[in-house]
Write a protein that binds this ligand. Structure first.
Ligand code: SF4
Length: 382
């Protein structure tokens, strides 16, 4: 079955219809599939909505994502059952960690129902999956308990500043920082731990918030919250990224260490994006996610599923693979595609993967990507 370009109502990103290998060409998934660079498939990031109630300029600038912006129609979104079916297939290929993202995943109605479904899945060894979620925290006070009770174990909150005026400017919808801080309290009270806080550092915008935010989280949570600093990235095609607005993690670490001495920690798992450090006085841990200055593509074991069922192999990809067409489509004999066939198609796609955008960017091969428009972060989740 050759590659076909699907003229969907939504022409956001081209997607090929995955090839479904014939039965004699494949074997059942054994959890050991590896891509062309020998990287296993371990993490699946699932975007459950392309909508968000914030307009952070590095992800969803208001000028582009304005009142007239057409978000994906409800009918095109994968249902919770479809997401769970795909997740089950990915687990057979070795996925042990699911991260729910967006847009803002808590905007997806009844997302806790999906979490409860995903929480029933088990690895081939019978282990529960590591299910987490990344949120801007705006709805966390209301949702934390229900998320935990549905089976969510831990959570990541995006928080780019402690200063209310700077925070409101960065989310660009005048949302108060106090509500996100209250959401963090509610999440910890509900038992969502360890809790991670992600701060995207943009030179000249919020870099002077590095120490105040670290101090606040140290003093208030004494190690129960892990703060991670993320280098500002050239994701998508709308955030006007410039290298001189990137504050390298090494500089972030030096600034922090001048106030709170740090010691390096070993990674907890292969493919971990954050470089781990601990406060020398024992007050907890911090992390540095340095996609621009210290690319980590060599260990990247992450696949991304968009909210309408396209599989992307890299955060900086331009093209996807339409798994929804296999979920909802018919074979030439009129039958639906079985899980083994969809698993075979996914195995083939991962096996052909050789993405390493950040590494190539770092090597000065700026046109590392396909030259086509890269997917937007609000659509595929970070
Ligand atoms: S740039 Fe792509 S391949 Fe590299 S770490 Fe990020 S998602 Fe993985």
């Amino acid at each position: 079955m050759g590659e076909t370009f699907i003229p969907l109502a939504d022409l956001r990103y081209a997607a090929a219809l995955p090839r479904v290998p014939a039965a004699h060409e494949t074997r059942p998934p054994d959890g050991l599939v590896a891509d062309r660079l020998g990287r296993p498939l371990h993490d699946l990031r699932i975007s459950v909505t392309d909508r968000c109630n914030f307009r952070c300029s590095y992800c969803m600038p208001k000028e582009v994502f304005d009142r007239d912006y057409k978000f994906l129609p409800q009918s095109s979104l994968l249902s919770f059952e479809e997401i769970t079916r795909l997740a089950r297939i990915f687990v057979a290929h070795g996925v042990a960690k699911l991260r729910l993202t967006g847009g803002e995943p808590l905007l997806r109605k009844h997302v806790e129902v999906l979490i409860a479904q995903l929480a029933t899945l088990r690895t081939p060894e019978g282990q529960p999956l590591d299910i987490t979620l990344t949120t801007n925290g705006s709805l966390l006070t209301r949702k934390a308990r229900a998320l935990h009770d549905a089976g969510l174990k831990r959570i990541t909150v995006s928080l780019d500043a402690l200063d209310d005026a700077i925070f409101r400017r960065m989310n660009d919808v005048d949302f108060p920082v106090a509500d996100v801080l209250a959401g963090i309290d509610a999440a910890l009270a509900a038992g969502l731990a360890p809790l991670k806080v992600n701060m995207v550092v943009k030179r000249g915008t919020n870099d002077h918030e590095i120490v105040p935010l670290a101090r606040h989280l140290r003093e208030r949570y004494a190690g129960r919250v892990v703060l991670r600093f993320i280098e500002y990235m050239d994701v998508g095609a709308t955030n006007g990224w410039r290298m001189d607005e990137v504050l390298p993690s090494a500089e972030v670490r030096n600034r922090l260490a001048r106030h709170f001495p740090l010691e390096p920690l070993d990674p907890t798992a292969r493919g971990e994006t954050a470089e781990r450090w601990r406060y020398a006085d024992g007050s907890g841990e911090v992390g540095f996610i340095s996609s621009v200055t210290q690319a980590f593509c060599h260990d990247c074991n992450r696949a991304r599923l968009s909210t309408e069922g396209k599989l992307f192999m890299c955060l900086f990809a331009s093209r996807g693979h339409d798994l929804r067409a296999l979920l909802r489509g018919r074979r030439p004999d009129g039958q639906g595609y079985g899980d083994e066939e969809i698993a075979a198609a996914i195995g083939l796609l991962w096996g052909e993967r050789d993405d390493r955008y950040s590494e190539l960017r770092g090597a000065g091969q700026a046109a590392a990507g396909s030259g086509e428009r890269r997917i937007e972060m609000h659509y595929i989740g970070g």
